[in-house]
Design a protein around this ligand. Structure first.
Ligand code: GLU
Length: 283
């Protein structure tokens, strides 16, 4: 099977050394196997993404000496496809509308004895709107009340074969525990399709066979595997890599202007030196 990898940044800032490491990891894994390397812009969050950052990503990657196969996939151009996935899950009774505000959820959780957290740090939704009566739900939808769409985790788990596993390169099979995410949000008012939904959908339609990405996203893979199983999408192999740290041992972030490719380029640092700093010295 030919290897297909991808680099999938969000255009919410300029690329920094951490992105260079992620991009080169994906590109080298594909090239070493004679496979294909794809570029995808994860720009569904219109509140945070900016077109000039999207343009800068392609330009910075070219400067770095990276080329990708085929056209860039831009997620915001595919909202209809994500909607169709949500509709398919809704038709199977696997998602429900949730009208709770963040403040209401926080209040409810304070009142309950303990507040378990999901692996991404969010609080676990207590399930309030899952228990709404059909009439009230219909009335609120008819009134146009703002709502999110949540996965009914228990129903979803009942509808897929168990155990759910994913393959991590170098480690083998890993048992998934998507229940740790509770009734996760798959769409909200401001962002009509969640990262989890779009990333698994796109990896499937783009034929990605090896997902390389930062170790910070490894816990999310449990949920991604569940979405793949629900939708009948193939399960790619995963290779989560360590994150690059700054001199103080902190993870590089978009706010660290000095580590952006733009800045390094302006200071006259060569693309080869940047590749070496990101852990990929030229042979
Ligand atoms: N768009 C995500 C990010 O910028 C990466 C998603 C992924 O590789 O699965 O962190």
């Amino acid at each position: 099977m030919s290897i297909v990898t991808r680099f999938a940044p969000s255009p919410t800032g300029y690329l920094h050394l951490g992105h260079v490491h992620a991009a080169l990891t994906a590109e080298r894994a594909a090239r070493a196997a004679g496979g294909r390397f794809l570029l995808r812009l994860e720009d569904i969050d219109a509140t945070r993404c900016r077109p000039h950052f999207a343009e800068a990503i392609a330009e910075d990657l070219r400067w770095l000496g990276l080329s990708w196969d085929g056209p860039v996939r831009v997620q915001s151009e595919h909202m209809g496809e994500y909607r169709a996935v949500l509709d398919a899950l809704a038709a199977r009774g696997l998602i429900y509308s949730c009208f709770c505000t963040r403040a209401e959820i926080a209040r409810e959780i304070v009142q309950s004895a303990e507040a378990p957290h999901a692996p991404d740090g969010g609080v676990l939704y207590p399930g309030t709107c899952r228990r709404l009566g059909a009439e009230e739900r219909a009335a609120r939808l008819a009134r146009g009340d703002a709502h999110a769409l949540r996965l009914d985790m228990a129903a979803a788990l009942r509808s897929v074969a168990q155990p759910l596993l994913f393959i991590e390169r170098g480690e083998g099979e890993i048992l998934c525990r998507p229940e740790c995410f509770g009734d996760v949000v798959l769409a909200r008012r401001e962002v009509p399709a969640s990262y989890h939904l779009c990333v698994t959908h796109d990896d499937a339609v783009q034929g990605v066979t090896l997902v390389t990405r930062g170790i910070d996203l490894k816990p999310a893979t449990d949920l991604h595997r569940l979405l793949q199983a629900l939708m009948g999408w193939p399960a790619p192999e995963y290779a989560h890599h360590a994150l690059l740290l700054d001199a103080e041992g902190r993870r590089l972030a978009k706010r660290d202007a000095a580590a952006t490719l733009r800045d390094m380029r302006a200071r006259g640092i060569s693309a080869a030196a940047v590749r070496a700093m990101a852990g990929f010295p030229d042979p």
